[in-house]
Write a protein of this length. Structure first.
Length: 547
């Protein structure tokens, strides 16, 4: 026995440790912790997929790496971190009827008719992405509009922002909705006279949604894999999933168990009940080699501007008497936030209107002295904020989780909804930073495309892809190029308590990086928007390559 132990010790002593891997000959660009540009020409990775060190030209390379790749001068960047998205919705939107690129009601109707004809086996026609503002319709679409193209089976289509849905008469009949149906708290049934017109806003969507066939586990898996592939193709290596249901979480766990979870997910449960059922006594640890973690809870204070569900302090300029609606009373919101915080869950609250943002900030002010420490309270969207409330985002470590593409796509609609007098605190990125608030960027996919380069360009131009308006919309709120990039990488990771794991390229971070076709720090805004992701690597493994 003693001889065997000595022999084993000798073998261990002479067996070389596994060497590092080398990514060499790159035009590498990242940011340091202060947001300053760092350039490098090589990257050494450990066997477990972490960055060991960045190499400059002339630095000595490992003599015998396990593996070496010469990238022939290509541009290498840290992977993007999307601070706010909806994984399963993105997958299903890609697999179902997608109206996001339609420019008129007639075009949408033609698309719906063609989809129904091509899918005769589907008992319900499901999908979404419609936007009556983009159509220039001047009203919501109606059940009669849908009946004209599909009347033999239910049709149920979510608005682009997910805060309203549109159904035909067959869908309303299947759900038992009639003129006697009452709008629930936090929701609104749009009506034509006394009868439901076909559009249901916010909580009212549940009146029909309860009758929609639920996807099978295998369909959930297909949708997840589709969403994951889309995100990786855009160079997104980590994302916050805002509103994870129990079924969503089980899908992610099955993907992780099968070794198919290639993206890093920071999960926020869909309300308090689902969060407690998933996490039990608190947030989960990182699972599957840093690929999945339940961070906290997603709550809703109001709806969205596009459906006039955002909760405003004064009536909408284009809808007299309407102020949107708060989903929760002050006491209910604080009780839910307190219940989550007492078990250590991070709290993220959707707030778009100025009244909703004020309500959430009031709740944080009240709860912060009790729930001390590094809480990182999150306000999701923070789109329309009363100027008097903007400085309050700098207190208690509050993070404004915002989407730059919302500003470019919604600006004309925001002007119509609010009028010019209430826009001083709208999409106020630069002011958030000046006031000391955390700022994290995302896209709210599939509400918007998950393309981070479009959001990055919008962050420092506040202009659309066509350059309008010249000089940017409310240009005083433009960020620098580096600030916008930081908000899309390490600051988005910080918002999810993951800044030690990913978000930039530095020793100890995961080797999550992308190969792109140009240097984004030197590109014009137009060129930046045209950036193509050639490869995406997560934890030192290539997870996407453009064909």
């Amino acid at each position: 026995m003693k001889m065997l132990l000595l022999l084993a010790g000798a073998l261990i002593a002479v067996t070389p440790a596994r060497a590092d891997s080398l990514i060499d000959n790159v035009n590498g660009v990242t940011l340091d912790e202060q947001g300053r540009v760092v350039r490098f020409t090589g990257l050494v990775m450990s066997a477990d997929g972490h960055v060991v060190r960045l190499l400059q030209r002339g630095d000595k390379r490992p003599e015998r790496p396990d593996w070496r790749a010469d990238f022939q001068g290509k541009v290498l960047l840290p992977g993007f971190v999307d601070a706010h998205g909806h994984i399963m919705e993105l997958g299903f939107r890609a697999l179902e009827l997608d109206l996001s690129d339609t420019r008129s009601l007639d075009e949408a109707k033609a698309r719906i008719a063609a989809y129904a004809a091509a899918n005769p086996e589907r008992k319900w026609i499901l999908g979404g992405g419609w936007n009556q503002e983009k159509w220039g319709l001047g009203r919501f679409p109606t059940a009669a509009d849908l009946d004209a193209v599909v009347s033999d089976r239910p049709v149920w289509l979510a608005r682009a922002d997910g805060h309203a849905s549109w159904g035909n008469s067959a869908a309303l009949k299947a759900a038992g909705v009639s003129a006697k149906s009452v709008s629930p708290v936090g929701g609104r049934i749009e009506r034509a006279g006394a009868s439901p017109s076909g559009v249901f806003v916010d909580a009212a969507q549940a009146l029909v949604q309860k009758s929609v066939p639920q996807p099978l586990p295998k369909e959930m898996a297909v949708a997840f894999l589709k969403a994951q592939a889309i995100l990786l193709s855009f160079g997104i290596t980590a994302a916050a999933d805002m509103g994870t249901s129990i079924d969503d979480w089980l899908t992610y766990r099955r993907m992780g168990d099968a070794g198919s979870l290639r993206l890093r997910l920071m999960s926020y449960g869909a309300g308090l009940e689902d969060t407690l059922r998933i996490g039990g006594t608190g947030p989960t640890p990182w699972l599957y080699d840093g690929r999945l973690k339940l961070n906290g809870v997603k709550l809703y204070a109001d709806g969205a501007l596009g459906s006039r569900g955002a909760w405003l302090k004064a009536p909408y300029s284009d809808a007299a008497g309407q102020t949107g609606a708060g989903f929760l009373s002050d006491a209910m919101l604080r009780n839910k936030m307190s219940r989550a915080a007492m078990d250590g869950y991070q709290v993220a609250v959707h707030a778009i209107g100025d009244k909703a943002n004020s309500q959430v900030l009031d709740a944080i002010d009240e709860l912060a002295p009790t729930y001390t420490g590094d809480r990182r309270w999150r306000v999701e969207h923070a789109q329309i904020v009363d100027s008097a409330d903007l400085p309050r985002f700098g207190a208690h470590g509050t993070i404004a989780s915002m989407q730059p593409v919302h500003q470019t796509s919604d600006r004309t609609m925001a002007e119509a909804r609010l009028g010019s007098g209430r826009l001083a605190g709208a999409y106020a990125w630069a002011t958030m930073l000046k006031n000391g608030a955390g700022l994290a960027f995302g896209t709210d996919f599939p509400v918007e495309s998950p393309d981070p380069f479009a959001g990055w360009a919008a962050g420092f131009t506040r202009a659309e892809a066509n350059g309008e308006p010249v000089g940017g919309w409310q240009p005083q709120e433009r960020l620098t190029r580096e600030q916008a990039w930081k908000a899309y990488t390490q600051d988005a990771a910080y918002a999810g308590f993951a800044e030690k794991q990913f978000g930039r390229l530095a020793p100890g971070q995961y080797a999550d990086f992308i190969i792109v076709d140009r240097d984004p720090t030197l590109a014009s805004a137009t060129e930046l928007r045209a950036t193509v992701v050639e490869e995406t690597w997560v934890g030192g493994r290539k997870e996407f390559a453009r064909k």
